[in-house]
Design a protein around this ligand. Structure first.
Ligand SMILES: Nc1ncnc2c1ncn2[C@@H]1O[C@H](COP(=O)(O)OP(=O)(O)OP(=O)(O)O)[C@@H](O)[C@H]1O
Ligand SMILES: [Mg+2]
Length: 432
């Protein structure tokens, strides 16, 4: 089998690494990839939204399966492009939801309305497309004593969510999103919802549109600073499994959230095939949905696929052929932890082009993998080329050891202006 992975982050390097382990795989290609994906694949300098060039590549390289990493190409219809242009009929399969299904991430208003209609537990809230109605809603309702979360409807690269602690912040958030259009057309509509209290966790599930199989639970760390302080990022680290998610709660999440979501979508004549990622808040009343994403999470994937024992090709192909019910997810016992190393200044302004030292020192270490994100190879050197640069991921028999081992790896890697949180996995240690 020849496989093409679309994207250039840590998630995509992890997918390449995991798929490379399959005996069914001949060649792996990445578009555009990064310096790390070169270890498992051949990179092609094609952007994720250039569907035409991607189409030519899958025909030229006789690609059997394309796996789409990031949400943007899915939300703008890359799967539909493959189907409408006969690529799938020619045998070039593609893993991920069609545009009509990817909207579960592409529109937070759509997701909220779906959850309300099918009684899927989520934060109380409303959606608005008119500024004055949104302003009225915050003024009239006794939100003064509550905290509110205001979300831009469309994709905003993880930056479109504002947690408001008073009425001034609520007014500013609506002004910023809907009037100043700081997130562009993503701000044409907003979701205004109550702020939930609890602990966050992520569930990545695979589905063929009927059957749903849960991968290991995980917990991301969104904020840039230790103790979950500072602005949100794309994710500063993750570990799996998430201790807060017990086997009993996993069953509850399947029954109360994932199954009604997939069935709700099909009642709306929307067929969801791919990875469904539920971002959850584990509240006193139980798990509630913060959001859905229509793709593998980053950095959750680094930890989750480190635990997965199945051949990932089998699982992805079972999703596409509707035979997922024949597969059983098998995870290693023990735990995995991924610590993300970033360029100082991220998620704000940061410098690129810094030479990375110490990657060779990791090579010899057992059960530790460095998944590249913003890196590129130049004159034989690996240099930084993004905000999130590396995801140092370790496996061990328990979470304490996995965290310790990941930081042992982090300590060996250096570049000028490197930054990482020191407390990835702290909640797991607290729950121990
Ligand atoms: N109702 C809520 N109550 C409390 N915190 C919330 C709520 N909604 C969102 N958050 C916080 O904001 C973060 C981002 O929100 P959300 O996941 O909806 O947006 P996103 O931008 O799509 O994120 P991602 O980049 O992970 O897809 C959440 O991880 C959580 O920390
Ligand atoms: Mg999201």
């Amino acid at each position: 089998m020849n496989i093409l992975i679309i994207g250039q982050g840590g998630r995509e390097h992890t997918l390449a690494w995991k798929l490379k382990q399959s005996k069914k795989v001949d060649h792996i290609y990445c578009a555009p990839g990064n310096a790390g994906t070169l270890e498992a694949a051949e990179n092609f300098d094609i952007q994720v939204d250039d569907f035409e060039k991607i189409g030519f590549l899958v025909q030229e390289k006789n690609i059997d399966l394309t796996v789409v990493g990031p949400e943007a190409p899915l939300v703008s219809g890359i799967v539909d492009y493959f189907k409408e242009n006969g690529l799938v009929n020619q045998g070039h399969q593609i893993f991920g939801p069609e545009k009509s299904a990817a909207i579960i991430e592409g529109s937070k208003v759509f997701a909220k309305q779906l959850m309300k209609k099918y009684n899927i537990p989520t934060a109380e809230g409303e959606s608005f497309k008119e500024v004055n109605k949104a302003m009225e809603y915050i003024e009239l309702n006794d939100w003064r004593s509550h905290h509110l979360v205001i979300k831009a409807d469309g994709l905003a690269a993880g930056k479109g969510v504002i947690i408001c602690h008073n009425i001034e912040e609520m007014r500013e958030a609506i002004q910023k999103i809907m009037v100043d259009k700081e997130f562009g057309s993503a701000g044409e509509k907003v979701v205004i919802e109550e702020k939930l209290e609890g602990e966050e966790a992520s569930i990545l599930a695979l589905t063929d549109g009927k059957t749903i199989k849960l991968l290991a639970s995980s917990q991301d760390h969104k904020a840039i600073f230790n103790g979950d302080k500072g602005p949100n990022t794309g994710g500063m680290g993750a570990y799996a499994p998430a201790c807060i998610i017990t086997p009993k709660m996993e069953k509850q999440i399947y029954k109360e959230i994932l199954l009604p979501t997939i069935q709700g979508l099909s009642s709306e004549k929307i067929f969801y095939q791919g990875c469904l990622y539920a971002g959850l808040m584990i509240t006193q009343e139980g798990p509630k949905v913060l959001e859905f994403n229509c793709r593998f999470g980053d950095p959750e994937t680094q930890a989750v696929l480190t635990l997965l024992q199945n051949d990932l090709v089998d699982l992805l192909m079972a999703c596409l052929s509707g035979r997922l019910d024949k597969e059983e997810i098998k995870n290693k016992t023990g735990a995995a932890c991924c610590v993300v190393m970033v360029s100082k200044g991220y998620p704000g302004k940061y410098e690129k082009g810094k030479e990375i030292f110490g990657l060779d020192k990791i090579k010899g270490m057992k059960n530790i993998q460095v998944f590249h994100a913003g890196t590129k190879k130049e004159n034989g050197k690996i240099i930084t080329s993004g905000g999130r640069v590396l995801g140092v991921t370790a496996y061990a028999h328990n979470i304490k050891e996995a965290i310790f081992k990941a930081y042992q790896g982090v300590d060996k890697i250096k570049w000028s202006g490197e930054y990482h949180r020191k407390d990835i996995g702290r909640r797991a240690l607290k729950n121990k």
